[in-house]
Design a protein around this ligand. Structure first.
Ligand SMILES: [Zn+2]
Ligand SMILES: [Zn+2]
Length: 124
């Protein structure tokens, strides 16, 4: 593993909120490795996606994001601030499988809501 790739993985696992865009990952990487090129970050993300180490999330109306958890899971998207958080949906997928009588081969699930922070702000 190259130093660049190790740094990218570390950023993706440690930054909160998670699910950064490629550009955000590049900005964090540059703080720790000032000479890293944008193209290096993008290329590494593509390779990691190909190897199944990270997942690539296509976002409607915004730049794509990267997920350090490549195991399928759903997401909660806050319509207020755009924060994306993981949502375990194993039970839901089981119910769908029971309903359709066959296995679910893959899914993309994004639930829109207002996060607790935005709800508190709206209530003021
Ligand atoms: Zn929010
Ligand atoms: Zn996720």
């Amino acid at each position: 593993m190259t130093r660049q790739k190790a740094l990218i993985l570390e950023i993706m696992r440690q930054q909160r909120p998670q699910h950064l865009t490629a550009d955000e990952i590049f900005c964090h990487a540059r703080q720790q490795m000032p000479h890293i090129a944008r193209g290096t970050v993008y290329r590494n993300l593509k390779l990691m996606e190909r190897d199944g180490e990270v997942a690539h999330l296509e976002m409607a109306g915004g730049p794509d994001r990267y997920d350090c958890n490549p195991i399928p899971h759903g997401h909660l998207l806050c319509d207020g601030c755009g924060e994306l958080t993981d949502l375990p949906v194993v039970g839901l997928i089981r119910e769908v499988e029971a309903a359709i009588g066959t296995e679910v081969r893959g899914y993309t699930l994004t639930i829109h809501y207002l996060c607790p922070h935005c709800r508190a702000k709206n209530a003021q």
